[in-house]
Design a protein around this ligand. Sequence first.
Ligand SMILES: [Ca+2]
Ligand SMILES: [Ca+2]
Ligand SMILES: [Ca+2]
Ligand SMILES: [Ca+2]
Length: 315
Amino acid sequence: MVVIASLATVGCGSDNGRRPSRPGTGDSGVGTDGGVVMRPDTGPCTPSGAENTPETCADGVDNDCDGLWDCSDEACSGVGSCPVCGSVDTQLGAPLALPDGVGSGECTSTSDTSCGGAQQCFDVGEDPIFGGAGFECRESYRSSLDFIGFADGATFADVSDLVSVCVTMEHSWVRDLEMRLEAPNGQFVRLQAFAGREGGELYLGQANDCDEDDSPSPGTGARYCWTPTATRGTMFDYSGGYDSAPDCLFGGTTDMLPPGDYSTSDPFTNLIGTPLNGRWTLSVTDLWGIDNGYIFDWSISFNARNVEDCSSPLI
Ligand SMILES: [Ca+2]
Ligand SMILES: [Ca+2]
Ligand SMILES: [Ca+2]
Ligand SMILES: [Ca+2]
């Protein structure tokens, strides 16, 4: 709120024309194409009420005199035709395969060039059946978003700076996966940490468990989010009773993790200090043989208070 408070000072001041004051009368602030245009400061701004309804978020007026009007005002986030400020959805055009990662290589360090693709290395622990030390490197599925819409120099200062990270996906064995959110400076949060090769079958979404690894075919995704305010524990800690999904292999149904909000394996405080502008990456790695899945889209929502102008592109 500090940012907004300082802008209010600018917008309502009588001697600073950085943002136009909008007295709420006349039409000289509306361009020939109907869009709002900048205009010189015309004097003190006169508040005419809150700016948070479909009407006040589309009238070309800075109703609350905070220096920002209509969709550029954080208070109009998601109101009327204004987009949700601080939120980006990848809306992937085609489902992205999460191939079964094990069996594709035997690299044990990131410098081993005998394995293709960018490798991430994990301590997968001792295999409960086959034993052995478990340090392995696997190629991860990675999707990145390049952010430009935060204030210059803005950094992640508090877990409330992030609202949620969400994926729409299916997978026929969630315990195969480690999922991470990587920040622009390389710090990361394990959204769901790989917990070793043990534990029973649990679907994400309505997985298609009848496809072959060399010809995967998507099932139906469900939406899962990680948030700083989730009341559930992590996915593997979930104990509230499972949803069920059709089991095409054996008939009947299989346990499916209920869609909704979950806690992260690592605290979101892992991100403190990273710049907000830059490349944020979702990384998913399959660390257990058999089973595969798909990501249909993913999204990340930051607190709108850190967005410089909610009407400008965030990425
Ligand atoms: Ca307005
Ligand atoms: Ca305003
Ligand atoms: Ca697998
Ligand atoms: Ca499958």
